[in-house]
Structures are given as structure tokens and as C-alpha cells.
Design a protein around this ligand. Sequence first.
Ligand code: SF4
Length: 306
Amino acid sequence: MLWKDKRYHTLNYEMKKIFGEKTIKLSINGGFTCPNRDGTIGTKGCLFCSEKGSGEFAGNGQTSIKNQIKQQKDFLSKKWKTNSYIAYFQSYTNTYAPVEILKKKYYEALNCEGIKGLAIATRPDCINDETIKLLKEINKNYFLWVELGLQTIHHKTAEIIRRGYDLNVFEKTLNKLNNAGIKAVVHLIIGLPNETNEQILQSVNYISNKNIWGVKLHLMHVLKNTDLEEYYYNTNFKIFEKNEYVSLLCDCLEKLPPKIVIHRVTGDGKKSDLVTPRWSLDKLKVLSDIDKELKTRNSWQGKLVV
Ligand code: SF4
């Protein structure tokens, strides 16, 4: 097997290979907002965005970054014995501030003990040349990746989910990150309203042909108190059954080049917040079903890459 016990290239595998030990992401709320919420692009945010800015498991933005890191380390130390971490700026848009503020927040995290690098989640329309310069500087001395929330390549779906930027903006920013030698991770959502399996695989094919380091494949799930919840009750758009999702997810993995690191293969709603699909709460079962399906197919990540 290419990736130890897995048929796809997991982040866990990659982190162990790079750092020689279990390396954990600590989810940080850097106290940012988002142009899709503060009125610059929109006020309601992406259709699926929660009040926590899609950072359900991140810390509290009122707490200092240093303290959030300490709290998360204390919490996770019960489960994992390691002192190797990536500070993950997860909530809202983590490059949406003047560069001096970004620098202060990023280095506050980097200066904490055990932090090997940063993961920064953002929108491609919120990375200017000054930010690229700062990221390039950080990238020289630390491990760094930047996550771009693309979700889909299809314009009509992008309008439904109120993403607020066009595909060419994504392309330009990805080029800038590539030129600066900064690793990019792209988010796709599997099962967006009205998308067919064929359209989903078109988005996967598109990113397969880009120079990206990693991908996050999110299961479309509906959280309480989001506009998506209302949209779901109004339109009753299709939510995947577990077996449908597992099969499609394996189709996606087969089309992704082996070198691309798979950061996520399912969705992660909190039990109390999740409307549907409730089967996703049993994450271990979903992961094991994906493993089983790949085994049954005698398949692996990249099998269908030509
Ligand atoms: S870009 Fe991110 S933080 Fe902003 S509205 Fe969309 S999901 Fe929420």
C-alpha cells in the first residue's frame, strides 16, 4: 500500500512523514470577519456558513491566540501524546485584515511552543500582493499551507450558495500562491444543492489538473440556524444516503492524483447543531466504509488518473 494502511494519501500520513511524529491541528479563531458577511460583498454569508464562520470546533475569538492554543493543547493532550502542532486559523476569512495585523496574529501562533507551522483558511478574493509577501516570508521558515474555499467550479451553484467570487478569481490567486511556492489546499463540497454526480466529478477533475498540495472533500451537511437549513426545508434538495456518498467519494478519490494530500473526506457537524444527514455523526463508520469500498473495488487514490 502506498500510504501505510490507507488506500488514499491522508494528511495524517503526510504529517508523520514530514515531522516524524503525530502532528495535530489546533483550530484557532483569529477574530477576523468575512467580506461576505460585513457588507463588502454580502451581509448574509455563504448559504451554509454558520454563525461561527464555519469554524465549529475553533476557539473563542475573544480569547488571545496564545491562550486558545494552550486550551486546545490541554484538551487534545487527553487523546494524543505529542508536542507537534499546526495552528489552524479556521473561522471566517483569515487573511481579511491589514497585513500588520495578520503578521502579529500569525507570529503570535508561531511563537508558541510546539507549533511547527500554520494552516490559513481564506477566500481567494482576500489575498493581495502584500499578504502573499508575508506568507512567502513565513513559508521560508515554517510549514505553511493556505486553504481556499472553492466548493464548486459551477457558476450556477456558486450563485445558489452565495460564494461571491468567480472561478477566474480562484485561478489568479492559485497562480500567485504557486508562484510564491506556497502550498494550497482546496475545499470542495460534495452534494451541493442541485449538483449532479457528474458535475461534482467535473469539479474534482478541474482541481486534479491544478498545482495544489491538498484537498478537503466536505460532505454537504445542514446545520441548525443557517440559511441552508431554511433552504433545505423550502427546497428539500437531495442529501446523500451514506452508501451513495461513500461510493461517490471513492469515485472522487480515484480521480485525484496520488500526490495530492487528502485532508478530509466527510463532514463534521456537532451533534447538537446537525440537521442532516445524521449518519455523518458516526465519522469512524463513514471512514471505515470508504476503506471497505476502495478495497472491494480493488482501488485507490489516483487509480483512474490518466
Ligand atoms: S467565505 Fe467562509 S466565513 Fe465567509 S461567509 Fe463564506 S463560509 Fe462563511
